[in-house]
Design a binder for this molecule. Sequence first.
Ligand code: SF4
Length: 483
Amino acid sequence: MPRPSPLEVYAVLDKSNCKECGYDTCMAFATDILERKVSVRDCTHLSLPKQAKNRDKLIKLITPPQKPVVIGTGERAVTIGGEEVLMRHQLTFYNQTAIFIEIADDDADLEETIKYLTDIKLERIGDVLTLDGIALRNVSGDKEQFKLAANKIGEVSNLPIMLCTFNTDNLLYAAEAIKSKKPLLYAATKDSWEQLGTFAVKNNLPVAVFSNDLDELMSVSATLQKLGVKEIVLDSGSFFGPGNLSVTYDNIMQLRSAAIDKEDVNAGWPVMGVPAVYWSQVKIGEDKELWEHKFQEIIMGAIMESIGTSLIILHTGQKKEDIWALLALMTLRQSVFSDPRIYPAVDAGLYKVGEPGEMDPIFVTSNYRMTKIPVEQDLQGANLNCWLLVVDTEGIGIESAVAGGQFNAGGIAEAVKEFNVFDNVKHRVLVIPGMAARLSGALEDEADAFVVVGPRDSSGILKFMESQWKPDEFMKEYESWEK
Ligand code: SF4
């Protein structure tokens, strides 16, 4: 089914333009509900009993073919799936691969490990990257131990929890204790679906279904839906070894394709993968060093991310010495799931680097995120005190924006005025990027400034400062023109 248009959504709203949702018009609301910036609940009129039919129509219209599933509660609850397209370039992906790290319920350092995973924060190009959850495994086989560990995670962490065991009694015993945290129950099989599904319906919890036979997987999914389970995650198994890898990836793609392209309601759920199974499927240490085994697991994680898997569970990454693994996977994920329709931009404005004074330089750059942040980091790395004027180039980098006209003398001069740039200094010198050298003459006229052409690449800024930054001389020259 093609994506609904804003007009189709508008048709089921009551068109009163009452503004109670914060939008001036129902049409504006219709446009943003398709972008998931608002939800059906935000239209106050649709919650009226007489609007129930329209509310149901709207929910049906905007529900993606792969339904979303929410795990956890509160500010770190994570939404997985909910995609409308198979490939990102066809529209965008809305929910990135959630990364869960497994912990054994008999881990001697349980509390320390939970706290470490909860607090991991990596900053990359202005984004703060974090983990999405903890997959607790009932390695002890003991239900009390499993419950204790689940409670401990709930006590010391706000990360979503996935409870993992094929022993349904143990699973439900621990789930009962932390059901208010909305854990994901792993896993229902052809043998355990009824017991697990009944508990999930009663407590409104999401359920993962496991089978390496796709027909069986679809059958359990259908049965759980009939039972009333509202959120399902599909696991067709992750397998290492010759021939197994391609089957693993192929199954994930088949499920995604069945959901999105064929709109098969039984497949229309998030799909998960478990690179952590590496450690139970391969004989460790026989032909490889430990780090080489870790690499194998992380490579599977990377491939799963790249084919749009909704959730992955890792073993490597649990300990501080394995931070490299998370760094790699979270950075890759950041790239794979960025919205191709939006140039990554930052706000235009005048930024301080260090403690700039009245005779410190003003560097000019674009508001393309991948330009502004590296330039700022180079300035900080060079220990400079300076000003950074970020001009709105519609999120386009310097070279393309100069060619396309978004970075031009008039626009820079306007930014100089808008942000009162020269009120902060006792000079009128602007340093523009080397790639924008051709703008210098026009900019001097438009901004009434002395323009210095800086390096082509911001990594050369320190050298530029040492050899070319002479504000007094520049100002003498500027003043001589004024006369
Ligand atoms: S609350 Fe509903 S009816 Fe009112 S403007 Fe928003 S979308 Fe329209």
